[in-house]
Write a protein that binds this ligand. Sequence first.
Ligand code: ZN
Length: 167
Amino acid sequence: MHKSFSISPVVNREAACPRCGQKSRSVSPATIGSLVTPAARARLRSLAGFQFCATPKCDVTYFHPANGETVMAAEVSVPIFQKGTGQERLVCYCFGYTVEEIQREFRTTGISQIATDIKTKCTQGLDDCAHTNPQGSCCLGNIQRVIREAAGDNQSPPSDAGSCCCQ
Ligand SMILES: [Zn+2]
């Protein structure tokens, strides 16, 4: 599969997760096809129509509002940023940046050259978020959250809006 893989019409853009009840985001069939383990994928009726649950303590990662199918975090082939706490986990799946690297750079220099590099690469079309990131979209909102944590600011509400370079 590649970037031209067709994306199904978004019907339930903010459907609630059946486990935790929080809003979710729709993901493309490309994301399900790339990141769900083959064993779990084999039982799914279709790769289309799934939603991503970003709730940290919820085991459900993907769910299908129409047919009730769910995919657990353990059935995804990479650790999921939102559902983990380790400093070694990836935030940027396309270019391989971890929480630790991003926070160390910010604490040392007061800026995030890594975030700038990611934006530049996305602008050049080198990202492949739909196939690499479990949320199926650009990581920059998550990068900014990680930087805010390093700055000691855990109070600001998440603001994905406007921070994404490739949607
Ligand atoms: Zn959930």
